[in-house]
Design a protein around this ligand. Structure first.
Ligand code: DGJ
Length: 691
């Protein structure tokens, strides 16, 4: 790209970005999206380079639009002029090096292509000046899109217990901003995943783009629409986040993940799922166990007998791992509600006289693994940790630190606090043998955002540095304890991004476990993440029939969070059959290809198909009553030439039916819809007869 007439294509598969350099050396975006190579071919000899938009506009380069980059330089100048200095293509990675020749600063636009047509993009800014510079805005990416009827699907404005609330809207001129705040659990209110397409997204047709800011802190995505084009400026939220970058230092933005499809959202999701299993989440190819959690069965109120009783029931229904949630710790400030004990990670021996070992051993004796809840970044004022170290919390001088859920957040930027947090894991795992799973929770956002580890003139670095320091801790826990499965949880689904997921195995989607609401949430999340990472537990919330709750949870990573002792024998038998059936279909649900068949309204249906199409499972749900059962559910993704043995179950005592049909007949005629009563479900397990 030294010759300014050259074009550069950065493509993952057939999709990606096209760039060219204009006669003055500025980087222009000549294409973005599907089939970018062909698009760039078409450009050769077309318009002059100056006719294309700047690829990554710095402040004042495109004065009438929002910048991707805004810097105050060491000499006080507020504008930046970026010229292409170099392009480095090495394997799957491309780096376009931009420099400002008057106010020396290096800006590297980095792209890395991966399998499944996924492209990751981020930006690195280096300060070669002799004084600090301030980064007011540094987007991870800022492509310009031209889409017919641009339609955005997002999950902003959600809240605790309503994560993944979905809005689909046509973009209109002006700027639409999605953003999260609060630093910890930011994705409760705004998920960092979005879809952008031409018209309403369809499962099996149309052009659609998935975007995800891979950042555990505050995110911001702005869609600035003007003259028919949309600039999508995305990355960490620059609000109150001016980053002071010292001489010689480099700032790296979070990664922005892109994937395109011209065949609708179904194909897009399947590709993202495969990529996340192979390249993002830990042990993505490994089978996830059926978890029994005690939280919604007991909340804080349990003792050893209560737990061993739950373990016995959980083992009887076939659960594979018992997870002991909040409330097991803090001898001096017993954790009997959410006002005390956080920060004190010794066992409460009043509740559990022999400690955790007998509980863990009991689970082991019943053939189950044992897992434990921790919330390592937080303290209650009523704790020995806070009493000894009141200065350890996130705070600002002379400001009364506010409590949220009765707790303070620890300032993980302080080295001694980071050591303390890591020590929580080391200690808990050393003191209790047999733990193989940890649920890492975080139940408040940050207020009084400041750190005594940062100088007075670096306090605005807090939001970025705090998120990075938290990632460092997560990475270190994963490194020190590689055998531990980790669940990511923050007041439900408050931390759910592809950057944080690298250190974890699965995510707690929401504290809302009503299966009707969960179905909507799981449906929304399924556009981006595979079912294997979505922990879905059967509970009493919503008072739905247990079989319906089981069927909903079985379409993700099945678990239970229910007082088995308070269930009838018949309900426990339903749970047992759910686990038995789940074991049969688990490889499909956790590793198969998802086909969303009927979007949730009165009904919903989805299926998972083995990659070789030898097996499949179809889930059908009746959410609202209809007068009669009518219509069909039409499976997808089957092998038309194969004959499938179909087994139907509603988790009642016997399988209802067995029959055979060819894939061709199933995908053309469908299966008669058998349900009309609200909160009922049906599963069809399809086994290829030659399989
Ligand atoms: C919030 C989580 O989302 C719940 O599952 C539970 O672990 C509670 N915290 C415990 O305090």
């Amino acid at each position: 790209m030294t010759n300014h007439a050259d074009r550069l294509v950065v493509a993952a598969g057939v999709d990606g970005f096209g760039f060219l350099v204009d006669t003055r050396g500025r980087l222009r975006q000549a294409g973005f999206g599907p089939r970018i190579g062909a698009h760039m071919e078409g450009l050769r000899g077309d318009l002059p380079p100056e006719a294309y938009p700047l690829a990554y506009p710095a402040y004042d380069e495109d004065p009438l639009h929002a910048p991707a980059l805004r810097i105050t330089h060491g000499d006080g100048r507020t504008t930046t002029r970026l010229l292409v200095d170099d392009v480095d293509v090495s394997g799957s990675k491309t780096v376009v090096v931009l420099r400002d020749r008057d106010c020396p600063v290096e800006v590297r636009l980095c792209f890395e292509t991966g399998d499944e047509g996924v492209l990751r993009q981020w930006v690195e800014v280096t300060n070669p000046q002799s004084a600090a510079i301030t980064l007011h805005e540094v987007a991870s990416a800022a492509p310009l899109l031209v889409l017919a009827e641009p339609t955005l699907t997002h999950h902003a404005g959600s809240d605790w217990s309503a994560e993944w609330s979905t809005t689909t809207e046509t973009l209109t001129p002006g700027t639409k901003v999605l953003e999260s705040r609060g630093g910890v659990r930011p994705h409760l209110r705004c998920s960092p995943f979005f879809l952008l397409g031409e018209g309403r997204p369809a499962e099996d047709g149309g052009t659609v783009l998935a975007g995800a800011v891979a950042w555990g802190g505050n995110i911001r995505v702005a869609f600035e629409m003007d003259a028919g084009a949309i600039r999508v400026t995305c990355g960490h939220n620059p609000s109150a986040s001016d980053y002071v970058l010292d001489p010689g230092q480099r700032f790296s933005t979070p990664e922005q993940v892109w994937a395109w499809s011209t065949e609708g959202t179904g194909e897009l999701s399947r590709r993202l799922h495969r990529w996340i299993r192979s390249a993002v989440v830990r042990d993505g190819g490994a089978e996830r166990p059926v978890v029994a959690n005690n939280w919604e069965a007991t909340f804080f109120s349990f003792d050893r007998d209560r737990l061993t009783g739950l373990i016995d029931h959980a083992a009887d229904i076939g659960a594979e791992l018992f997870l002991l949630d909040d409330g097991w710790f803090a001898p001096e400030h017993p954790r009997n509600d959410d006002t005390a004990g956080l920060g004190d990670w010794d066992v409460n021996r009043v509740k559990l006289p022999g400690g955790l070992a007998p509980v863990s051993a009991h689970a082991g004796a019943r053939g189950m693994r044992f897992g434990l809840w921790v919330e390592p970044e937080m303290v209650n004022p009523a704790s020995t940790t806070f009493t000894a170290h009141p200065e350890w919390i996130v705070s600002q001088p002379e400001r009364r630190p506010r409590l949220v859920r009765g707790q303070h957040a620890l300032d993980v930027l302080r080295p001694e606090v980071a050591r303390f947090v890591l020590g929580v894991f080391d200690r808990v795992l050393t003191e209790t043998p047999g733990i193989s799973y940890l649920k890492w929770d975080a139940n408040r956002h940050l207020t009084e955002p400041g750190s005594s580890a940062l100088a007075a003139d670096r306090q605005s670095n807090f939001w970025v540095d705090h998120a990075r320091a938290t990632w460092d801790l997560m990475a270190e826990v994963a490194r020190r304890h590689p055998e531990q499965m980790l669940m990511l949880c923050a007041s439900g689904g408050g931390r759910f991004d592809l950057g944080t997921l690298r250190f974890f195995h699965e995510v707690w989607l929401s504290d809302n476990t009503d299966p009707v609401d969960r179905l909507h949430m799981q449906w929304a999340a399924s556009h981006f993440v595979p079912a294997s990472v979505v922990a879905a537990h059967v509970t009493r919330l919503g008072n739905r029939p247990v079989a319906f709750g089981c069927a909903v949870a079985m379409s993700a990573r099945l678990g239970f969070d229910i007082d088995f002792a308070a269930m009838s024998d018949a309900e426990r038998a339903v749970c047992r059959r759910a686990v038995e059936t789940y074991r049969l279909v688990r490889p499909l649900v956790q590793q198969g290809d998802l086909y969303r068949l009927v979007p949730p309204a009165r009904r919903a249906a989805l299926s998972y198909v083995a990659p070789d199409r030898s097996r499949a499972v179809v889930f059908a749900y009746q959410l609202e009553r209809e007068p009669v059962a009518s219509g069909h559910v039409v499976p997808a993704g089957l092998d038309p030439g194969r004959t499938y043995r179909v087994t139907t179950t509603d988790l009642s005592p016997a399988a209802l039916e067995h029959w055979s049909a060819t894939g061709a007949a199933l995908v053309s005629e469908g299966i008669p819809w058998p349900l009309c009563d609200a909160c009922t479900a049906r599963l069809w397990v399809l086994d290829g007869e030659d399989g």
